[in-house]
Design a protein around this ligand. Structure first.
Ligand SMILES: *Cc1c(COP(=O)(O)O)cnc(C)c1O
Length: 245
């Protein structure tokens, strides 16, 4: 079981480096993030002890449950799930360095208020709904700039880039459109020259589409299934309106 995880990580790294080579990118331009929802701490630890450093949960509850067990192994925690405002206070207890799923003004405002109280700052990515699916979280592509402008004024939130979940389609070309759109939006934001906004990170690509994402400029790929195996819970539980975090 533990060997399987290590074999899988090696295979993913090979896929990343092949995709980089094909697109004239350096492999160190692309970070591997392990999406660990539903994965027990013991199995996550195997990956961390093998040298992986970046993991992310979708639910505050899971972050909390695994926190003690993972504390002893050095790593960096991101958050990639839908965040409800009533969970902010809890989330900030668990050393999350970046929230990749900032997708609405009221969440930004409430995060800012809490961070001010705690005298902290946090990195954020703006999550964009590039597939225009109603069931997906993320700010609509048409209003990303407004949200970025708003968040840029909140000094506790450090914008580092954008995140998206591509269309879950077997057709690579349909998925590519989503990633290309995220890249376009990134370029527009860079051109707008907004103070306090960095746009270096593009978090896009998962187990099934990381090659396409790397071809379109991903700097972070988020991989779960291809490393830890199939999950018992369908992703709709985490990704749609009914998701309870
Ligand atoms: C689960 C999840 C992933 C990883 O998806 P896989 O297909 O299992 O690699 C990536 N990003 C987000 C936001 C997720 O919830």
């Amino acid at each position: 079981m533990s060997e399987q995880i290590l074999t899988n990580i090696a295979a993913i790294k090979q896929r990343i480096s092949n995709a980089c080579e094909k697109n004239n990118r350096r492999p160190d331009e692309v970070k591997l993030l392990l999406a660990t929802k539903t994965v027990p701490a013991e199995r996550i630890k195997i990956a961390l002890q093998a040298g992986e450093t970046l993991i992310a949960e979708n639910k505050v509850q899971e972050l909390k449950e695994k926190y003690e067990a993972l504390k002893e192994v050095p790593h960096n925690n991101h958050f990639i799930g839908h965040l409800q405002t009533n969970k902010i206070k809890d989330l900030l207890k668990y050393n999350v360095s970046c929230i990749q799923s900032l997708d609405r003004p009221d969440l930004a405002e409430k995060l800012h208020q809490r961070l001010l109280l705690e005298n902290k700052t946090i990195e954020v990515l703006i999550q964009v709904n590039t597939s225009y699916e109603e069931s997906k979280f993320g700010v609509s592509p048409d209003t990303v700039i407004d949200l970025v402008n708003r968040v840029a004024q909140l000094e506790t939130l450090k914008i580092k880039g954008l995140m998206t979940i591509g269309l879950l389609s077997a057709e690579a070309e349909q998925v590519r459109k989503c990633f290309r759109l995220l890249k376009d939006i990134q370029q527009q934001i860079i051109a707008s020259n907004i103070p306090n906004v960095e746009m270096k990170e593009l978090s896009m690509g998962m187990s099934g589409d990381l090659e396409t994402a790397i071809a379109e400029g991903a700097t972070i790929v988020r991989v779960g299934t291809a490393i830890f195996g199939e999950r018992p819970t369908p992703d709709s539980y985490y990704w749609n309106e009914k998701a309870e975090n």
